[in-house]
Design a protein around this ligand. Structure first.
Ligand SMILES: Cc1ncc(COP(=O)(O)O)c(C=O)c1O
Length: 500
């Protein structure tokens, strides 16, 4: 590799000394010893502001073809490595956003490059099958070795899909099909049901609903969008189903100072859930399923207690509603457990668990009862992508081999400690530091300051994401070690000192 261990150590020492000597810099995060990670760089390296001239040129070019308002900058994925994303202007940034939380073990991990250079895998890359009808010979083995090896408690079945929205969309359909099969006593549908289904009328297209939570995000396709309530711009001008929306707890921080108020707030939300289930039943639109994220991510990193989720699961069972846990953003180890819902400590936490992002393929796990009874009911052309199962198998091996969940817990603790210290130091700017594993966030006093911090941080070589009205979210890869945390905290402190 281009970077020798000696030069890496030297750079790290220089970096640490530099940080400590910056005037006005009161926060100094200790330098954790750096373990050798061959494929990682030493630190950020900035040549221009971001976006730089080449990025701006390419944005203009792409702007002639499509809307580019969301494009941050253009990337050089060949040069990106480990925790560092390199842009087309040669800037190297410590990536704590990881393609909206979807890079599990960093860029260009040698184990994944090796896998893709194996000629035996070539035909999987070249020939993308219609998995629902013509799967390859190794498909059951690959699914068993990848997705089933990390199946959530109580689940032995999984359906792959392409993306998060597509997974949720099909999971909702599975819940509706389950609900109606239950209602009709598992007999065949009537001719009337078949006829009316073709003209969007009941009883073939029944008035069933899915209960979701204010602030939740489950995707942007039509069904998912009816359960997404994070930002108006996602929903504007798109028709939505009349489905119930319950309040999600708004916890006060620090948690230990507000335990009574937070318990009351959670009880209030749970009461509303039961109330809405009753109301929608009366309206003739019974709730077939409840969908929830273990941590509301896009909506602002809103947490609730394990007790809240346990009670919610009981409410779902009591009213005969399916319980769908959307782990698209929380799944894959970033909370310190492979699935965030494992923190709830339940034997029977869910009926359906959807995933995507860090799992590389989309899809959903489900209990036996949610298996569709006929072919083509849960179906599309590709139904996932076998190359992603190959990659996922290897990612899971790396996670096990390198004990990455232990690393996530260690880095997460250092990150939370650092954020709490910075929040005390910059009390006028930062508040509500919160997190599980490295899935952390902090609030900024207002939206404009938040965006200013994000931009300044990027120009210093730290890539962060926003969520909610005024939060910054931290979504590093699982290879984000303690020394990366300290490097980040020192640079972040410099940014905050400029803002103050
Ligand atoms: C919790 C959750 N569900 C669903 C989705 C939608 O996934 P996708 O963007 O892959 O369609 C997201 C995306 O951010 C998400 O965070």
């Amino acid at each position: 590799m281009a970077y020798s261990v000696i030069s890496r150590r030297l750079a790290l020492t220089l970096n640490t000394n530099l940080r400590l000597s910056v005037s006005g810099c009161r926060y100094a995060s200790k330098a954790a010893p750096k373990a050798q990670v061959d494929f990682d760089y030493d630190g950020p390296s900035m040549k221009t502001e971001v976006p730089g001239p080449r990025s701006r040129e390419l944005t203009k070019q792409l702007g002639e073809i499509q809307n580019v308002a969301a494009v941050n900058f253009f990337c050089n994925y060949e040069e990106s490595r480990g925790n560092y994303l390199v842009d087309v202007d040669g800037n190297r940034m410590l990536d704590i956003y990881t393609q909206i939380s979807s890079i599990p073990i960093g860029y260009n991990h040698p184990a994944l490059l090796k896998l893709m250079s194996n000629p035996n895998n070539l035909s999987t890359v070249v020939n993308r099958p219609a998995l629902g009808i013509l799967p390859p010979e190794n498909f059951p083995d690959k699914i068993t070795e990848s997705l089933l090896s990390v199946a959530p408690s109580g689940m032995t079945r999984v359906q792959t899909m392409a993306c998060g929205s597509c997974s949720n969309e099909n999971a909702y359909k599975a819940m509706f099909i389950w609900y109606r099969n239950k209602e009709r006593g598992h007999t065949s549908p009537s001719n009337e049901e078949l006829r009316t289904s073709m003209i969007n009328q009941g009883p073939g297209c029944p008035d069933l609903s899915i209960l979701s939570f204010m602030g939740g995000f489950h995707g942007r396709t039509l069904g998912c969008l009816a359960t997404t309530h994070s930002k108006a711009i996602h929903k504007l001008d798109v028709p939505a189903f009349d489905w119930p929306i319950a309040p999600f707890p708004k916890l006060q921080y620090p948690l230990e100072e507000f335990s009574r108020e937070n318990a009351q707030e959670e009880a209030r939300c749970l009461e509303q859930v039961e109330d809405l289930i009753g109301k929608w039943r009366q309206k003739g639109k019974p709730v077939a399923g409840i969908v929830i994220e273990p941590i509301q991510a896009e909506g602002g990193d809103n947490h609730a207690s394990a007790e809240f989720f346990r009670s919610l699961r009981k409410i779902a069972s009591k009213h005969g509603c399916a319980f769908h846990v959307d782990e698209v953003q929380t799944g894959g180890g970033c909370t310190g457990k492979f699935w965030a819902h494992e923190h709830w400590g339940m034997d029977d936490p869910a009926d359906i668990v959807s995933f995507s992002k860090k799992l590389l393929t989309g899809g959903f796990y489900y209990k036996d009862a949610f298996q569709a009874d006929q072919p083509y009911r849960i179906f599309n052309t590709w139904m996932g992508d076998p190359t992603k199962n190959l990659l996922l198998s290897e990612v899971l091996s790396v996670i096990r081999r390198e004990n990455l969940l232990v690393e996530v817990n260690r880095s997460g603790k250092a990150l939370m400690n650092g954020l709490n210290e910075l929040q005390a130091q910059y009390a006028g700017i930062l508040s509500r530091a919160r997190g599980q594993g490295t899935f952390c966030a902090i609030d900024v006093c207002d939206d404009a300051t938040r965006n200013n911090i994000l931009q300044k941080a990027r120009n210093k070589g730290i890539l962060l994401g926003a969520c909610g009205d005024r939060s910054i979210r931290f979504r590093p890869a699982l290879v984000f070690k303690e020394y990366h945390v300290h490097m980040f905290l020192n640079l972040f402190n410099d940014v905050l000192a400029q803002i103050k």
